[in-house]
Write a protein of this length. Structure first.
Length: 223
């Protein structure tokens, strides 16, 4: 599907490199991927800052910390009791299987790592793939609401198409490189936030407006 390569070139030419995902260490990125569920990144940053100030941004510390204390520290991220349980489940997986080392985790093949992450309570495909790509350097394309919204509004794919089918579109035709997948996903986030808003898309001036014809869905309320 040549159009996917064309979209990337147009977005990169327009926005430039995104230097994404935010995070000082692979572990911090993994934590952020779990905390960002159902909230914006600004709230995640506040929660991570709390963990940093408490000197808790290590697998060992979070694994040993009480659930109540962890929930208190990540309160700014919202759904803090649920997310505390998810973080604890991830720490349990990381400590039991890799002695708390993401470096050791990287040596496992992508397919088995993905299966393991998906077995962790509260980690779905998008979160698992974000950890694989951004924290572990594995070539998997992350599908999020921005990606689905852009493609659906331009008639390339139906919004409610299953996650795995969306991902197969990218894996099937694009080069499998970590840096490329990283940049492309970040560019979808950028154009989604800047132009392809959920309720009121700003089509005028969008870098994809000339490249892609809009479908009848461009004014639809997409989730």
């Amino acid at each position: 599907m040549q159009v996917l390569s064309d979209i990337y070139r147009r977005l990169f030419s327009f926005f430039g490199p995104q230097h994404w995902w935010p995070g000082d260490t692979p572990f911090e990125i993994a934590v952020g991927a779990i905390l960002t569920q159902n909230t914006n990144w600004g709230n995640v940053e506040k929660a991570i800052q709390n963990l940093r100030q408490y000197q808790a941004l290590t697998p060992q510390t979070l694994h040993a910390m009480s659930l109540q204390k962890l929930a208190e520290l990540i309160r700014p991220a919202g759904y803090y009791n649920i997310k505390a349980k998810r973080l604890k489940s991830f720490m349990h997986c990381l400590m039991n299987n890799f002695h708390g080392s993401l470096e050791k985790m990287k040596h496992r093949d992508t397919a088995s790592l993905r299966e393991m992450l998906l077995s962790v309570n509260g980690i779905g495909p998008e979160t698992a793939d974000s950890i694989l790509l951004y924290a572990l350097g594995k070539p998997v394309f992350v599908i999020d609401a921005y990606t689905k919204r852009v493609l659906a509004r331009h008639g390339i794919s139906e919004y409610k198409r299953p996650y795995e089918e969306y991902q197969a579109l990218f894996h099937g035709v694009l080069r499998k490189e970590v840096a490329f997948y990283n940049e492309y996903h970040a560019l979808f986030v950028k154009v989604g936030k800047t132009y392809c808003n959920k309720q009121k898309p700003q089509c005028e001036g969008c870098p994809l407006e000339i490249l892609l014809p809009r479908s009848g869905a461009h004014l639809s309320k997409l989730n």
